[in-house]
Design a binder for this molecule. Structure first.
Ligand code: FES
Length: 294
């Protein structure tokens, strides 16, 4: 029987408490076979589509009235409303989300060298502070890593960012003008989000390449025993596809002008200041999955 209005709890659930049931359910679904996972994905997509249309109609109605527009702006600041609208792609990614996406795009390369990078803070309107971690911190070439890799990624995802500062040590700056890194949609942070089956492990030749088209992206998969890497199928010189290039000793040579790349790291051996653009990749059972940026 429904709880009488007067007796209803006034405790407002937090976003983490609302999201808590998702993780064990998603973990359970991940263990199912492909057909069951596909059914869940289709159900999720249809549900999202329904919710998206309903919310889009509500938003249109709010926007038609200046007072409604103000209410809408206020509501978008609510963490639950923001998270759901962001998940349904009715709100564009925040600056912080785009910076995190940029860092995620270079993380596989950094991790391949025992390093990493984290966002420390955003200094509006145009500056970000990051910190290099692990082998990248203190590495003699870390300035080059920062300038040519991380900086390029941030600028391509966030053209409004003009200055990228590397923070040394363990503590972020604290002059009161920095926006802490905290307002990212938790949906976009899900490590389980965006993974797409790209190939069977056995279909990628050892020390060779396999080109795949996935969600509109042309990708290169490479394998050395059980280690798989994934890069955009685009030469860093002029963006030409690399899948027809010659491969020898784990190195691919671009068929157009001869740039060479190490397939375990994406490093360009011809012009060290550029590199292939990596994507996160994992092997689940016998299936190679790639995390496609949203
Ligand atoms: S496009 Fe690859 S070397 Fe020029």
């Amino acid at each position: 029987m429904p709880e009488p209005l007067a007796q209803r709890s006034t405790v407002v659930p937090t976003l983490p408490s609302l999201l808590a049931p998702f993780e064990p359910l998603e973990t359970a679904v991940e263990s199912w076979d492909d057909s069951h996972r596909a059914t869940v994905a289709a159900l999720r997509q249809a549900t999202d589509q329904l919710h998206k249309e309903a919310f889009a109609r509500l938003i249109r109605a709010f926007k038609a009235d200046p007072a409604g527009l103000e209410i809408l702006k206020h509501l978008a600041g609510d963490e639950v409303v923001y998270a759901v609208l962001r998940h349904l792609e009715l709100i564009k990614p925040s600056l912080q989300e785009r910076i995190e996406s940029a860092l995620a795009s270079v993380r596989p390369l950094l991790q391949g060298h025992g390093g990493n990078v984290e966002l420390i803070s955003i200094e509006l309107p145009d500056t970000v502070h990051i910190r290099l971690l692990g082998a990248c911190d203190g590495c003699p070439s870390s300035n080059l890593t920062l300038t040519e890799g991380i900086e390029t990624a941030i600028r391509s995802h966030c053209p409004e960012i003009l200055t990228i500062k590397k923070i040394a040590g363990a503590h972020p700056p604290s002059n009161g003008h920095h926006q802490p890194a905290a307002l990212i949609s938790p949906f976009s942070l899900s490590r389980e989000q965006g993974w797409e089956a790209a190939a069977e492990l056995a279909d990628i030749p050892d020390r060779g390449l396999k080109a795949v088209e996935l969600q509109g992206h042309s990708l290169l998969l490479s394998r050395q025993a059980h280690q798989v890497t994934c890069f955009h199928n685009a030469c860093a010189h002029m963006g030409m596809p690399l899948d027809m290039g010659q491969i020898a000793e784990g190195i691919v040579t671009c068929p157009y002008h001869g740039f060479q790349y190490d397939l375990t790291s994406g490093e360009c051996l011809t012009a060290p200041e550029v590199q292939l653009v990596p994507l996160p990749v994992r092997v689940t059972g016998t299936t190679v999955e790639v995390q496609i940026p949203r």
